[in-house]
Design a protein around this ligand. Structure first.
Ligand code: HXC
Length: 257
């Protein structure tokens, strides 16, 4: 499919999605949302695809929601149309998505990176929730996901002051899984995505689902959810294959069943 604001490329079992509004530093307007939702739905539905990488440019992953698009909206427009609610559908993608962030990930850009399953950061990455400087607040989950990721102290300071965090601080705080040199970012993300893509498909989805459950529920309910999914995988052919392959000292061959 052709999209206006993103580039989509399949490399083996990995879908690489690149935000592509360079003149606006990948600001996220309604077209980006509808392109991304269509691309992620196609990715989820395609059995040949197992993991996605979402990236931007060297200068910006995304510099936020599109300020020029929002500028003249009133309360009735925003509330009446539940502006930004569409992004919830992005988070319902079942297969794993890695955010590969170089340069600015600000406002909605930081929020979309946090909607992905984990963030790989280039050493040039900068994260922030500067909405307060526009006299508003995060609107795509930033106040919630940032607080869960880095704790109240840092999240509160960042939301109240709009200060940016560099890659080092983001890694220390637990916002990103790893830092890599900017020149290697996409290649490293693709390598990591390929590793994930080579795992048994049901196990990949189940692992994503249960780690995400940790954000949504109590410890005992989460542990119960984990155990039930774990039990369920013993009904899969790939579990038999995976454990046989270990015992026979050979790589597993998955059927996705
Ligand atoms: C629309 C944007 C944009 C944005 C950048 N641009 N960010 N357009 N929405 N969020 C546009 C600029 O207007 C400019 O276009 C072009 O991209 C290049 O940007 P510059 O500012 O010239 O680049 P630079 O001087 O290098 O500064 C980079 C920057 C700065 C520090 C990232 O662009 C910036 O502060 N951007 C806004 C960051 C922000 O506030 N994000 C949060 C948005 S609100 P022209 O045509 O002028 O050359 C949000 C959450 C919404 O995301 C939730 C509630 C509202």
């Amino acid at each position: 499919a052709d999209y206006e604001t993103i580039l989509v490329e399949q490399r083996g079992a990995v879908t690489l999605v690149t935000l592509n509004r360079p003149k606006a530093l990948n600001a996220l307007n309604s077209q980006v949302l509808s392109d991304l939702l269509a691309a992620m739905a196609a990715f989820d539905a395609d059995d040949s695809q197992r993991c996605a990488v979402l990236t931007g440019s060297e200068k910006a992953f995304a510099a936020g929601a599109d300020i020029k698009e929002m500028q003249h909206q009133g309360f009735a427009d925003m509330y009446g149309h539940d502006f930004f609610a569409g992004w919830d559908r992005f988070t319902r993608t079942r297969k794993p998505i890695i955010a590969a962030v170089a340069g600015y990930a600000l406002g909605g850009g930081c929020e979309v990176a946090m909607m992905c399953d984990f963030i790989l950061a280039a050493d040039t990455a900068k994260f922030g929730q500067p909405e307060v400087k526009l006299a508003v607040t995060p609107g795509m989950g930033g106040s919630q996901r940032l607080t869960r990721a880095v704790g109240k102290a840092k999240a509160m300071e960042m939301c109240l002051t709009g200060r940016m965090m560099d890659a080092e601080e983001a890694e220390r705080a637990g916002l990103v899984s790893r830092i890599v040199p900017a020149a290697d970012l996409v290649e490293e993300a693709m390598k990591t995505a390929t590793t994930i893509a080579e795992m048994a498909p049901l196990a990949a989805i189940a692992n994503k689902e249960m780690v995400n459950a940790a954000y949504e529920t109590t410890l005992s309910a989460g542990v119960q959810f984990e155990r039930r999914l774990f039990h369920g995988l013993f009904g899969s052919a790939d579990q038999k294959e995976g454990m046989a392959a270990f015992v026979e000292k050979r790589p597993g061959k998955w059927t996705g069943k």
